[in-house]
Write a protein that binds this ligand. Sequence first.
Ligand code: HEM
Ligand code: HEM
Length: 165
Amino acid sequence: MQAASYSKTQIWLHWGIAALILIQFLAHDGMEHVWRAFRRGQQAAAGDIPLAYMHVVLGLAVLVLATWRLWLRATRGVPPVSGMEHPALRLLAKAAHLLIYALIFIVPLSGAAAWFLQLPGAGLVHVVGKNILLYVVLLHIAGALVQHFVLRSDVLRQMLRFRQA
Ligand code: HEM
Ligand code: HEM
C-alpha cells in the first residue's frame, strides 16, 4: 500500500525503534557478562544482572514496536521511496529497508531463543544478525544524508515531521 507521507505514529515508531537499537548497541556489556557466565556454568556478577534484564526488556520492546510498525505499513501504507532518480539507487534503498525489517525481527527473536531456551546457536545468529543490522543501518543513514544534503530531497524532512496528522 502507498500513502502520501508517513503518519505521526509511523514517525515516532521509526525513531523509537532507532533509539532502542542504539541503546542495545551501547549497553550490551551486562548481557554479555551474564551470558558468558551462564555458558561457563559460573555465577553472574550481581551488578550485571539488572543490565541483562534491561537488554531483554528493551529488545522485546523493539519486537513489539516492529510488529506494530509492520502492521501499520500493511494497513495504512508508506510513501514511495522518493528522491532517488536512479533505479539502481531506488532498488538499493528498498533492499536496505527490507533487510532492516527482517533484522528487527530476527535479532530480537534469536536473542530471545538464546535467553529463554538457552540455545547457544541462537546466540550466534543474534550476534551475526546484530552485526549485519549495524552495517545496513550505517548504509541507510548514509543514504538519508545523501538524500538530504546532496540530492536535496524532502525524504529526511518527511521522517522528521513529528507534528503532522
Ligand atoms: C533489536 C534488539 C536487540 C539488539 C540490537 C541486540 C544487540 C545485542 C548486542 C550488540 C549484543 C552483544 C553481542 C556481542 O558482541 O557479543 C547482544 C548480546 C546478546 N543479546 Fe541482544 N539485542 C537485542 C535483543 C535481544 C533480546 C530480545 C534478547 C533476549 C530476550 C537478547 C539476548 C542477548 C543475549 C543472550 C546476548 C549474548 C549473546 C552472545 O554474546 O553470544 N537480545 N545483543
Ligand atoms: C537503528 C536505526 C534505524 C532503523 C532500524 C531504521 C529503519 C528504517 C526503515 C525500516 C525504514 C523504511 C520505512 C518503511 O518504508 O516502512 C526507514 C525509513 C527512513 N529512515 Fe530509518 N532507520 C534507522 C535510523 C535512521 C537514521 C539515523 C536516519 C537519519 C539519518 C534515518 C532516516 C530515514 C528516512 C529519511 C527514511 C525514509 C526513507 C524513504 O521514505 O525513502 N533512519 N528507516
